[in-house]
Design a binder for this molecule. Structure first.
Ligand SMILES: N[C@@H](CCC(=O)N[C@@H](CS)C(=O)NCC(=O)O)C(=O)O
Length: 211
């Protein structure tokens, strides 16, 4: 049984999502924490029973660690955070803040931004989710106008996830006029661990093209 963590992603995806496939979240967390990992692939075009048995929606990513398999990028991040204090402090208050903001990134922000973005692709004008999305972003702007990091007064896995949610082009364009958010995303993405994770994903899919 391999000692290294295994991050599972697709063998190939079209150009559009490259750099944004959620395995980047897991790669990034491992890079931040100095956790050894390898990346393995499932077929994008043909999703077999072996894939569904580890990710019931036929999606990626999922993670394997010494016989344990876990899916959902947020759950995987929290699993990794239990392995490294770099990702989540061990004091009760710092841990609570990290947990709440990690879930907020998924359940208060991504829950709105992803449907807003998808609807916007077919309906640029009069997107019915526009006000809801902008309201969420403005509330986060107010929080980040007062502090540098979401939780525990330092970088945590919550920032990693929130920045990943906010870096999709639709959201980045919308936060140009929200300076705290805009600088926050730039600041988190400037971390070398993000660049390594991002480049790793791009190289992974390029290899599938024969590149
Ligand atoms: N909530 C899931 C979402 C996973 C997800 O949307 N994965 C995308 C790649 S980033 C995927 O597998 N898309 C292919 C599909 O949905 O068929 C998570 O965070 O892990």
């Amino acid at each position: 049984m391999s000692e290294a963590l295994t991050i599972w992603t697709f063998d190939w995806v079209p150009e559009g999502p490259r750099g944004f496939v959620r395995d980047v979240r897991l790669r990034w967390a491992c890079e931040e924490a100095g956790l050894e990992y390898e990346v393995k692939s499932v077929s994008f075009k043909e999703r077999d029973q072996g894939h569904f048995s580890r990710q019931p929606f036929g999606q990626v990513p999922f993670l394997e660690d010494r016989g344990v398999t876990i899916f959902e990028s947020g759950a995987c991040l929290l699993y990794l955070a239990r392995m490294s204090e770099v990702l989540m402090p061990r004091d009760r208050q710092g841990e609570a803040e990290t947990l709440e903001w990690t879930i907020a990134a998924l359940n208060s922000m991504e829950m709105v931004t992803v449907p807003w973005w998808f609807i916007g692709m077919s309906m640029e004008k009069d997107n019915p989710l526009e006000d809801w999305a902008m309201q969420r972003l403005k509330h986060l702007e107010a929080v980040l106008a007062e502090r540098e990091w979401l939780a525990a007064g330092r970088f945590t896995v919550a920032d990693l996830l929130m920045a990943d949610v906010l870096r999709v082009p639709k959201v980045r364009a919308a936060i140009v006029d929200l300076p705290a958010l805009h600088h926050y995303v730039d600041r988190v993405l400037a971390r070398p661990a993000f660049r390594k994770a991002y480049d790793g994903q791009i190289a992974h899919f390029a290899k599938a093209d024969g590149g």
